[in-house]
Design a protein around this ligand. Sequence first.
Ligand code: ADP
Length: 640
Amino acid sequence: MDNNARNLQPLIEALDDVILELTELAVIKQVWAKDKTKLFLPPEFFIGKSIPEVFGEFGNIFIKCIDDLLNTGERQQCVYPDFDENKHLWYCAKFQKIDSSEEEVRIICVIEDITAKKELNDQLEKNSLELKRINDLLEIGHEISKMGGWEYDTIRKELFLTKQIYEINESDDHIVINCNNMTKSFDKENKVKLLKALRITLSQNIAFDLELELITAKRNKKWVRISGLPIMKNQKVRIFRGILKDITEIKNNQLELIEAKNLAEQVARKRTETLSIMSHEIRTPLNAIIGISNLLDQDTFSNNDIKEYVDHLRYSSNHLLHLINDILDLEKIECKKMELNEIPTNLVSLVNNIYKQFVPFAKTKNLSLNFNHDHQIPQSLLIDDLRLSRILNNLIGNAIKFTEKGEVNIILKTLIDQHHQTSILFKISDTGIGIPEHLHNLIFDKFHQVNQDSHRQQEGSGLGLNITKGLVRLFDSEIRLTSKPYVGSIFEFKIDFKKCLPLQPEQKIESLEFDFPPLPDFKLLIVDDNATNLLVASRQLHQFGINADKADNAYTAIEYLKKERFDVVLVDLHMPGMDGYQLAKYIQDNYPETKVIIFTADVLEEVRFRLKEMGIQYILSKPFKPEEMFELFLEVLEVK
Ligand code: ADP
């Protein structure tokens, strides 16, 4: 042992490590070890032996360190496990040159047992990996659930937010959100809610959970759920911790659902309201019909009363029929089932006929009814005459109804006349009671009648203007109203019509008087399961001089047909068992000479279409006017 080594001896003895002195050829010159058991052989065994001789292949990492040390002059170290795998021990060998006056190079190798250190390190590494994994999972969870965490230190007044909260708030990462700028994220109402919740949390030490509207840094509005929990220290809230979750989507869905529910409730309410008004409207004329029938039944009336009773009966029944037709039209308009059926029409003649029908009504009220039009209006235009008549009838009827003195004017004016089409302005004005401005939109609503103090309520159902507005829309136009109470009203609209050729023959004016010439003798069978309808039809035919046979179902009708030959059979459509369609088919197949008239209250387009498909051309609608029934028989019997 040289002097240097001897001086180091006490120091080396104090260490737990094994220390070797090596030559540059990796030959062991000296060995020190406080705990000799750490050397697997007596120290003397190592002296003079080279590293490969002692450690075999295992010594290669030592040789590499020694080479590196000699090449660089820098300290080297390596970590390696015990030769004996079962021991699970780890060592660290550090190599360093020591200065020496002698020429030969001296290397000191300190071998430290690092098993405990390494286990600790390994555990730390494992823990930090696990922590990272938990963090990653938390982050993904927050990302997916659009949720972030926050923490507020009540002493330091510091606010910590996770990156998701920055994202929800649409803030730039470099702008730190603190308590001051965070309050800008809520409007007054929401701020008050938040502060109130925080105050309760502070005083009662309970968690809070709120839904608030947040204004983001980019001034967008978002719904957030914010929950927080106080952490106590020395009976004081030290820290607040919680989450903030973006619930905009859920909230919007909820709001949409609430809106849809409100709308559905509104529709249901409106439907009930409509039904209730409808039932009231239907009951009113029915009350008159039933009441008068009861009076007639009591046999206490004079002959003078009869005329009055019959007038009331006819008036109420017609009113009821109008109402039902209106309701059906309304349904068609609302379901957009109505389509224009345009045919070549002389517009001026059409309006003139309508005007003439209203003249007697205007006269009864001492009103002057005028029809003016310019002479540019083409003679033949493609018009759905029925629908246009309906609009004009409603407007002119109302104008006369709601005017007590003065005049009602019907004006047609050509606005644009082009090669293929012409644009006409329709204007119906009156000098009647007028309509206050705040009711201008309301009167176009279903069943809306204006109760004006100045005027007793007029007859009508309040459906007219609603239908009129719908029909004008069908013509691709809008109705406009100008009106002033006690001055009068103007209803106007403009329609573009296509011009056409050839001209329609003049429309004939419906005669109000009706004569019934005698019908030729013919054999008729009436089939209807409703006793009243059977009675009404047969009595009316009796008035025309025809005695019909009657059957109250299709099977009895077939019995009749088998016995004798009939010229015409009047068939009700809806009958129990074999219905009108089947009976008509049976007659067509077995008695082709016999003509079938379908007698029905069904006014649906589908029914008409089905009958047409079957080749049935004669239909008598219920209820019928005597003249309609008579004209149909003239047609069926081909009386010129
Ligand atoms: P109805 O005439 O059957 O009551 P309408 O829908 O045709 O129903 O009209 C609705 C309401 O509009 C009427 O009840 C009436 O108050 C008002 N109205 C319609 N036309 C006129 C008019 N020319 N002048 C004054 N009021 C009118």
